[in-house]
Ligand binder design. Structure first.
Ligand code: ACO
Length: 322
């Protein structure tokens, strides 16, 4: 049996930090409201001139170094993002060129906050089928560019960053199962309403920003993440107590706590970065994974449940023996 094993992780956050106190100066909000409702204390915001691929490249180089491979060894690049540098070519192709790799397949995946879970799912199929032996899988976002900085209900939540993993074919251990879903009927609850098709005039006016009915998204997210936990455990005939670490998408500490409760897990077994990173969309799961691997919490052979929920709606999970 061939598994897709995570052999290296990397993360990158722009140096520029924006605290809740900074936001109090921009919109009608308070540090207390943001902490109480979301768990966020600060977030990283890219500087003018920095692009999403800049962040993705930095995270990728760290993952390549951690896996102890050469960039040229990579046979597949998948980049999950909703904030690509250009409409085309794909940001994965731009990243490929930056890394000095030529010829391997490279493409983007767009599943908003679930993007990294989708990308891992696809990369695992390439490795299991024998098509690729080494894959670079990245989640990277520059959400600050699609936020309305006058809308306090969204601009306090989202942030910028990138996380990456190297997946390699391995005979013994790695990704055990992947589960991805979508339901497009929820399109209007969380979206950027304007694009090349709809409302192009708004794009030209520089008004293509994230809009979210947060309260309604919250309810669906909690229920859906509860279901994906059950689905993942049932598919593998496992019990809640088998999971060593929950590595969740970092959208809201209350959603994370609800999922941990469902798993009967202590918060000591949950990787939480939302306080320092905010919601970095597709980057949040690989960034959280990288933090917990590098600080020594996640150890070899432990069982990890990665999960995410986001615009679309999309949602999914990956069960992996690290
Ligand atoms: N500061 C102060 N007050 C605020 C702020 C703010 N930044 N934002 C909203 N409020 C006010 C609202 O106007 C409202 O006031 P009102 O009662 O006078 O009308 C009040 O606070 C409560 O607003 P709610 O939206 O009901 O607050 P809620 O407790 O639901 O928290 C939040 C909002 C944090 C957005 C929450 O709903 C949430 O986390 N939703 C889910 C987000 C999510 O999971 N998204 C999916 C992934 S992201 C992706 O895919 C891109």
């Amino acid at each position: 049996m061939v598994y897709a094993r995570i052999t290296g992780t990397g993360g990158y956050l722009p140096e520029n930090i924006m605290t809740n106190a900074d936001l109090e100066k921009i919109v009608d909000t308070t540090d207390k409201w943001i902490r109480d409702r979301t768990g966020i204390e600060q977030r990283h915001i890219a500087l003018e001139g920095q692009t999403m691929v800049d962040l993705a490249e930095a995270a990728s180089r760290k993952a390549i170094e951690a896996a102890n491979i050469e960039a040229q060894d990579i046979e597949l690049i998948i980049l999950a993002t909703s904030t690509p540098d250009k409409i085309f070519p794909s940001s994965a192709c731009i990243l490929q060129a930056r890394l000095g790799i030529h010829g391997c397949p490279a493409f983007d995946i767009q599943a908003v906050c679930s993007g990294f879970i989708y990308a891992l799912t696809v990369a695992e199929k390439f490795i299991k089928s024998g098509t690729s032996k080494k894959a670079l899988v990245v989640g990277a976002e520059i959400f600050s560019r699609i936020l309305n900085w006058e809308d306090r209900s969204t601009c306090v939540l989202f942030a910028d960053g990138a996380g990456a993993v190297i997946l390699e074919a391995n005979d013994e251990t790695g990704i055990i199962s992947t589960h991805i879903h979508a339901d497009g009927k929820y399109e209007n609850l969380l979206h950027v309403p304007y694009g090349i098709g709809d409302g192009y005039d708004q794009v030209k006016a520089g008004k293509a920003f994230v809009e979210m009915k947060g309260n309604e998204v919250f309810k669906v997210a909690v229920n859906t993440l509860g279901r994906i936990v059950d689905e993942t455990l049932a598919a593998n005939n496992m019990m809640k107590s088998d999971i060593d670490w929950l590595v969740p998408h970092q959208a809201n500490i209350r959603i994370i706590t609800a999922t941990a409760k469902k798993l009967k897990m202590s918060m000591d077994q949950v990787v939480v970065t939302i306080n320092k990173h905010g919601n970095t969309s597709a980057a949040s799961v690989p960034l959280a994974l990288d933090v917990a691997v590098r600080d020594g919490r996640i150890k070899s052979n432990e069982l990890l449940l990665l999960e995410a929920f986001g615009g679309g709606f999309t949602w999914g999970s990956v069960l992996v023996r690290y």
